[in-house]
Each structure stands twice: as C-alpha cells, then as structure tokens.
Design a protein around this ligand. Structure first.
Ligand SMILES: COc1cccc(CC(=N)NC(=O)c2cccnc2OC2CCNCC2)c1
Length: 389
C-alpha cells in the first residue's frame, strides 16, 4: 500500500523490516534548535493556525464539539468517541505540558474550528533508554474537509513544535496500519449492561441465548471481593508510584512515571479517571492497584439511547491479590458507577484475565507507533506497558 506521507518521515519503513543491521534507537539525530523551522507550515488559503487554550471554557467547548462531531468512529460507523470537556482538560495538561502543542485550525472567514492535533510530553522507556517523547493524540479533521491532505500538515506542524522544545521522538496509536507498528493490539469488551449493548447494536444476543440468560451471564456481585479494596487518595501517591514503577519495569516499552505523573494521571477525577488500591487490613501495606478512564461513545442513529458509558482499562498492578480477582473488583466498581461496558487491550498481562472475566474480542485492532525511534523487534502486546488515551 502507498503511504505518500509516511514514506517521507523518520519512522520504520516496511522496506526495512527484517534488516537486522539497522540499530535500535533514534532514526534521525536532533538538529540545533535555531535550525528548526521557526514559522508554521503553510495551510490551504482559507485556513489559519489557532493554538487552543483549553483553560478557556469556550475554547474547550469548541474542541469538545469538533471531536464529538468528527472524531474516531467504530468500523461500522455506529459509535463515535465522545471525550468530555473535563477529560480533554485532564488529558492535555499533564506536568510540563505546552499550550503550543494544542494545535487548532480555523476558517479565516468565521473562525470556525475545523481541525485539531495535540501533543503532551512524556518520559517513555524503550528497552533500557528513557526517552523524552511527545504523546500525539486527537488528530481530527472536520468531515467536510477530508481528502484535502490536511492531516499531513497537522502532523508536520505538531512535529515542528515538538522539535522547538528539543524533543525528537513521539508515541501514537491508530486503528489503521501505517509504517510501521511497534505492536498490534487486540481490543476486548466486557458487557456490564448487556441489554443496552444489544439495544444499541454494540453486542448481539448469543446463539441459543435469551436476554434474561444473557443478563444473568454478565451479572456481578454488588461489592468488591477483596478486603481493603478502596479508592486511591492523595496520601497513596508515593506507594502507588513505587508499585507502578516496579511493575512497569517489566515491559519493553512503558512510561517512566514519577510521583507528579502518578498524581496527575491516576488520582481519581469524577467521570474522567477512577483508581483503586488494596490496602492490607492488618499491615496497611498497599499491595495492588487498578484503574480505568472514562470515554463515552455517542450512539449514532438510535432512537432510545444516545450515549454508551464506557470504562477503559488503564494501569493495573497485582502483587498479592490475584490479577483475576483484582480486575473482577474493577468490573464491579465500574458496574456500580453505571458503566455499560469495560474495554481493555491485550497489553501487559491483560490476556491472563480477559476470557475468564467474560470479555469478548472487539472487531478491530489498535496499532502502536513510535516516531523517529526504531526498535529491533516489534513487540508482542504482552511486552507493551503503555496505555494512551
Ligand atoms: C464503542 O465506540 C467506539 C467508538 C469509536 C471507535 C471504537 C473502536 C475503537 N477504535 N476502539 C479503540 O480504539 C479502543 C479499544 C479498546 C481500548 N482502547 C481503545 O482506544 C483508546 C486508546 C486509543 N485512543 C482511543 C481510545 C469504538
């Protein structure tokens, strides 16, 4: 398949696959900052760049609306991600973020926001190297401006702004295969509200299954099974950071999280991110951790339901409680908070619980990519310790 744009970029090229002589690490070396193009790339005549200040409520609302109407849909165009305003503010303002990396495109004549792309800084370890990278996300072009080759300009512009901050690598995901995935992950869904999922066409009634039998199949107890299972609180940040750093060190690619990162990414925020831990009742030691983020989907063309409330598995560490039991408690917590479905990728050790906890395979894949960084080998999902929003 031709990738006119990606063939011009410092990413693993399909033609290089199997070339064992190519070294692991940066594909292109950094250049002197004064040599990084100082001016933005050229947009088609009618459009202008517009850095989006998501602190500003009106601007955050414009970004929310653009994504709600034009962002990623499932393969059958029945659902569209519906990131909330508060979620976007959280996702775009981690420690050390750059407002300049929240990049919009507006129509000059009426200032309508018609495209968007973002980067946030992250420290990501690839093998033994911790690399400062941009996590690039929320690439969105208004449905009416597709096939104008706007996406390559947006990608070049966020790359230029990342270079200006002396960063030379990036991490991103896509539902499509581009040159060249570092991992190809399968997504899985666990029904929490099977009747609604069937009503909206997300799931289908199994063969020889009645609705009442299906509801019974996915039923969960009202309360978590693990003694000491509770919400994470600010005072838990040091212990959770220790748990996570030890656990994530097992994976080939994973974020290098410090306490400030854990405070931002994992302290509970209502309808944005939920996190729980197990505090041993007698020793008060924190032994386990689980978390999920909230990403609803709009239900397109359905008379009775407009939204699907979905939880996405985030970071989970089990050192004393069996992972199966810990994740079942996460399902119970999500069901208690009225989620309709709990989604997970087959990354980290997720494969070990998916089938037993009655997850079903999704109908697509999520591919992970690194920009300007070559890995000797593509990773199995179980070698990947990175979850993007
Ligand atoms: C149910 O509503 C949907 C609305 C839009 C797309 C999809 C399918 C899909 N593409 N799902 C995923 O990419 C996915 C499935 C499981 C876990 N994380 C995921 O994506 C995350 C991470 C990447 N950025 C989007 C959210 C489903």
């Amino acid at each position: 398949k031709r990738h006119r744009f990606w063939e011009t970029q410092p990413v693993g090229q399909f033609k290089d696959l199997g070339d064992a002589l190519l070294p692991e690490g940066p594909i292109e070396q950094p250049i002197t900052l004064s040599k990084v193009r100082p001016d933005p790339y050229t947009l088609p005549a009618l459009y202008e760049w517009s850095t989006c200040d998501v602190d500003n409520d009106a601007t955050a609302a414009e970004v929310y609306t653009l994504l709600a109407n034009n962002y990623v849909e499932d393969d059958d165009n029945m659902f569209r991600f519906n990131y909330s305003k508060e979620f976007l503010r959280w996702a775009l303002r981690p420690p050390g973020y750059f407002k300049a990396w929240h990049i919009g495109v507006r129509v000059k004549a009426n200032k309508k926001l018609v495209a968007f792309i973002t980067g946030v800084p992250a420290r990501i370890r690839a093998g033994s190297e911790v690399v400062r990278m941009a996590e690039v996300n929320f690439l969105c072009v208004h449905k009416k401006l597709r096939s104008k080759r706007l996406a390559p300009v947006l990608i070049k512009e966020v790359t230029r702004r990342v270079h200006r901050e002396d960063m030379w690598q990036a991490a991103y995901t896509a539902g499509v295969v581009l040159p060249t995935p570092i991992a190809n992950c399968q997504y899985w869904h666990r029904s929490l509200n099977p009747k609604k999922l069937i009503d909206v066409g997300f799931s289908r009634l199994g063969a020889r299954m009645t609705m009442s039998r299906t509801i019974r199949l996915y039923k969960l107890p009202p309360l978590p099974a693990t003694p000491g299972f509770r919400n994470m609180e600010f005072r838990d940040v040091p212990a959770v950071t220790g748990l996570l750093r030890d656990y994530l060190s097992r994976f080939v690619v994973a974020p290098d999280l410090d306490e400030k990162d854990v405070e931002h990414w994992l302290l509970p925020r209502e309808d944005v991110v939920d996190s729980f831990l197990v505090e041993s009742p007698d020793s008060h030691e924190i032994t386990d951790f689980c978390s999920f983020y909230t990403l609803p989907s709009l239900v397109l063309n359905n008379a009775t339901h407009s939204n699907l409330k979905a939880a996405y598995s985030f970071y989970n560490v089990a050192t004393k409680t069996p992972l199966l039991q810990l994740m079942n408690d996460a399902l119970i917590a999500a069901k208690q908070k009225d989620y309709d479905v709990f989604n997970a990728l087959d990354v980290m050790e997720n494969e070990s619980f998916l089938k037993d906890l009655k997850f079903g395979p999704g109908d697509g894949m999520l591919h992970y990519y690194l920009y300007n960084y070559r890995l000797k080998h593509a990773l199995k999902p179980s070698e990947l310790g990175l979850v993007l929003l």
